[in-house]
Design a binder for this molecule. Sequence first.
Ligand SMILES: NC(=O)c1ccc[n+]([C@@H]2O[C@H](COP(=O)([O-])OP(=O)(O)OC[C@H]3O[C@@H](n4cnc5c(N)ncnc54)[C@H](OP(=O)(O)O)[C@@H]3O)[C@@H](O)[C@H]2O)c1
Length: 272
Amino acid sequence: MGETGIRLDLTGQTAIVTGASSGIGAGIARLFGRAGANVVINYRSSEDGARETLRAIEDAGGTGRIVQADVSQEGDVKRLFEEACDAFGTVHVLIANAGLQRDAPAHEMSLADWKTVLDVNLTGQFLCAREAIRLFRARGPVPEVCPALGKIVCISSVHQFIPWSGRVNYAASKGGLLLMMQSLAQEYAGEKIRINAIAPGAIKTAINRSSWDDPAEREKLLDLIPYGRIGESEDVARAALWLASDASDYVTGETLVVDGGMALYPGFREGG
Ligand SMILES: NC(=O)c1ccc[n+]([C@@H]2O[C@H](COP(=O)([O-])OP(=O)(O)OC[C@H]3O[C@@H](n4cnc5c(N)ncnc54)[C@H](OP(=O)(O)O)[C@@H]3O)[C@@H](O)[C@H]2O)c1
């Protein structure tokens, strides 16, 4: 703890980051490694991506462990936490980040694509949050490490409140996440478990490559972003570090929007 009483590092703490083999999760894992955390790098299928994240953390002097697990599978999630505890003793922070899209006009959307997105983006985050809460409660407080019993950050999206045509499954999963996060935060604040969310806007990752790779699509996207640039994973990672650190100790049930102003109705910039 510095003179100001603000600790923006995670020294001595262990963080699980789901979906850390790519994009935002990889960015968070790398920054948390630099901030002193033991980082559990979860992935589902991109082992090479997970190895790259681990290498970056170790090259910067940090510590990590890779655990393959599908967050939509209850048994996998239990194993993810068990392996994290085997490696580092306990877990202080969960970053529930793993997510995907399966876009289609609603009238053509298959039930399988609806279910896959809900299973990973919403049920997957519930399963991880439930396991983290169970672990925090079973372990009890460790005030010399952090004032909260545990911390959870759900990576949501501006589409938890902005409707998104052609992606009803994704928008429904993120809208559900908002009330899941707030309900859990309300339920466990009395036990000092802090649960918050980040709603990123457009961040340059594999999930939305088609909207920033192509120059015409990129221009259309930039029109929606008052700040004038597409976000980077690091932009989200810095917000996640604040929410996971003790600097945000009195914050729970909140969504931090990290979107360069995308949610500020940019269509009204010229007076509507
Ligand atoms: N990029 C954006 O503009 C944006 C905006 C708002 C919100 N978000 C949210 O940010 C999160 C990360 O997205 P991203 O943009 O970084 O996408 P990304 O680059 O495609 O990364 C997605 C990550 O999720 C993992 N994943 C997918 N399904 C999984 C499962 N069942 N179990 C475990 N891991 C799984 C992937 O692992 P494998 O590749 O190993 O399978 C990958 O590491 C998502 O929740 C997304 O909705 C992104």
